[in-house]
Design a protein around this ligand. Structure first.
Ligand SMILES: *Cc1c(COP(=O)(O)O)cnc(C)c1O
Ligand code: SF4
Length: 309
């Protein structure tokens, strides 16, 4: 995955917590053969549609983002042109979602759906008419990577559409934020603009070694998100993708930090610590240190047990 950064982020690269997320380091080599531990490719039922959990499905709108995160779980795909959905791909996705009525919750992801507003608009326009779909979500880092884009004219038609949909169906925008230094005044202003659409804002975070693997950093992050009207959702262990493992933090350390957070934060401001385990078994919430359990022994959503190293 080539290095890609926005002019806005470039001005913030004097902050190590930002530069580590975006700049190529010596830890990454050309010969990293990126794998797909979440087995998204196996669960891709039609081009661009990942259906792993019975009631929810994830659409990859494209593989394009405003900036490339070095720890991305989809590092094997990001930046490649072939991920961009065509009208025909969208037709096939809509057919699948219309027929499979057990799917009530659809997530637009990628790549960044807000970075490809015209495709995202076309998809939403068709999703909103499927009665069995009750909830819509979009995952985006654009407010953190290029906050000025949120108020730019290019995004206005999509945001107006989201505002209209959110009047009838719950609409969630899930931001991805890893460090308080990402919450600049510009980013906060972009978040305020998104809140004005009537959507619920959530955030997700990945534990990254040397960026946010300490309780003070995360306490500050979650307080600032909570104050900005963003509800922390998941706090992830870094996925077991080859070539990004220099970011991985020990599970015992993460578990201790996640336990500490519950003492420092309002309940609403406290994320759920999860591991999206290998071989596509899915996300598993890890018991915190309040119960005397082995955090390396997990059961997945099908009831199967796995030992995590
Ligand atoms: C994370 C994910 C979802 C959504 O899971 P929630 O726990 O409902 O947020 C859906 N599909 C796939 C493939 C996912 O990875
Ligand atoms: S914005 Fe999201 S999808 Fe894009 S590179 Fe970063 S983590 Fe990956």
């Amino acid at each position: 995955m080539r290095e890609k950064i926005t002019p806005y982020l470039k001005k913030l690269t004097h902050i190590p917590a930002i530069s580590r997320q975006y700049q190529l380091s010596d830890n990454e080599t050309e010969d990293n053969s990126y794998n797909d531990p979440l087995q998204e490719d196996e669960h891709e039922v039609v081009k661009g549609l990942v259906h792993k959990y019975a009631n929810r499905a994830l659409i990859k709108v494209s593989y394009q983002c405003a900036a490339h995160c070095r720890f991305c779980t989809r590092i094997r795909q990001i930046g490649k042109p072939e991920g961009t959905l065509t009208i025909k791909d969208i037709d096939n996705i809509i057919t699948y979602l219309t027929v499979n009525k057990q799917i009530d919750d659809v997530i637009l992801s990628g790549g960044d759906p807000l970075y490809c507003p015209s495709i995202t608009l076309q998809i939403l326009d068709r999703l909103q008419h499927i009665d069995s779909i009750k909830v819509l979500r979009i995952g985006s880092r654009l407010p953190l990577q290029l906050p000025s884009a949120i108020k730019a004219p290019a995004l206005a038609p999509l945001l107006t559409h989201i505002k209209e949909i959110s009047a009838s169906k719950p609409f969630y925008i899930l931001l991805h934020i890893n460090h308080p230094s990402e919450l600049t005044p510009e980013a906060i202003e972009a978040i305020r603009h998104l809140r004005s659409l009537g959507v619920t804002l959530l955030s997700q975070t990945v534990f990254l070694k040397g960026v946010n693997d300490d309780e003070n950093t995360l306490t500050q992050l979650y307080k600032e998100l909570y104050y900005a009207g963003v509800i922390p959702y998941y706090l992830y262990h870094c996925d077991n993708v080859h070539g990004i493992q220099h970011f991985a933090v020990a599970i015992a350390r993460e578990r201790a930090i996640a336990t500490e957070l519950t003492a420092k934060l309002s309940g609403i401001a406290c994320p759920t610590y999860v591991i999206d385990i290998e071989n596509g078994y899915g996300k598993i919430p890890v018991a915190l240190n309040f119960t005397n359990t082995d955090a390396n022994m997990l059961s997945d959503f099908n009831g199967n047990s796995h030992i995590i190293k």
